[in-house]
Design a protein around this ligand. Structure first.
Ligand SMILES: [Zn+2]
Length: 255
């Protein structure tokens, strides 16, 4: 564990976490990576209450994927994130209630893995890697050696990405346990493949840009809380692929 001046290490110098928890072709000590990450988000940028623990754990867990991206490739980091995904529970909101030892009272580890996926989803929405990386650095610099709460992070983020209304995104992903669902259906017509889609979310204003690969091109559709459709220039629905691994969303085929 990362506590300054009281570090404990129990991973026996094994790969991953005691030999497991990371993709088979990756070979690093998860504990050293994760706990070193806490020197940034945790020991330098610190949350004042356990209800805001995601400031430590979500950013540090997401930084593991960035490490894999830096050392290997972006596609390797997507595989790493897929390893985190089964641990997401969606039972409690990420941001808890202050003043009640929140983090110790709930059973979830969503502050870690779900938080990591929320940041990954936000990156897909921002869809500009240079800005995304500058944002992470800017966020750290803004709060280096400070004690903060979630609202500080959210305000900084909204000010950074002014062109996107992040209110519904924050409310859906950080203050509610449920994740949104995209219902979709593809049908082949004479004029192309018709893709029908609709976002089912608890936050009515939530809009998520979703990337769809059509043949060798990638297009972006904005999925909202109402029935929508688009005609794609493709003959076969098998040539159309929704890039699901960029988002923390349940994609469900419409009945
Ligand atoms: Zn941690």
């Amino acid at each position: 564990m990362e506590h300054q001046s009281a570090i404990a290490y129990g991973n026996l110098y094994r790969r991953g976490y005691l030999g497991d928890r990371i993709p088979k072709d990756m070979n690093f000590d998860y504990i050293i990576l994760h706990e070193s990450g806490h020197e940034y988000f945790g020991n330098s940028v610190s949350a004042s209450d356990l209800a805001d623990m995601w400031i430590h754990e979500s950013f540090t867990t997401y930084m593991e994927a960035l490490y894999v991206e830096c050392q290997m490739s972006y596609s390797a980091s997507l595989r790493y994130l897929e390893y985190q995904r089964p641990y997401i529970r969606n039972e409690e909101p990420i941001i808890g209630v202050r003043g009640m030892n929140w983090y110790k009272r709930v059973k979830t580890s969503d502050q870690y893995y779900k938080g990591s996926w929320i940041l990954h989803t936000l990156r897909s929405i921002v869809d500009n890697d240079e800005r995304w990386k500058a944002y992470l650095k800017g966020l750290y610099d803004a709060f280096e050696m400070k004690i903060i709460i979630s609202e500080d992070v959210l305000e900084f983020t909204q000010n950074y990405f002014k062109e996107i209304d992040l209110g519904p995104f924050f409310r859906q992903y950080l203050y509610r346990p449920e994740i949104p669902i995209v219902q979709y259906k593809m049908s082949e017509t004479q004029d192309g493949v018709k893709l029908q889609y609709q976002l089912i979310s608890q936050e009515p204003g939530l809009k998520i840009p979703v990337k769809v690969r059509v043949g060798d091109q990638t297009i972006k559709i904005i999925v909202e809380n109402k029935p929508q459709s688009i005609l794609l220039e493709s003959e076969k629905s098998s040539d159309v692929q929704i890039l699901k691994n960029l988002y923390l969303i349940d994609f469900v085929i419409q009945p």
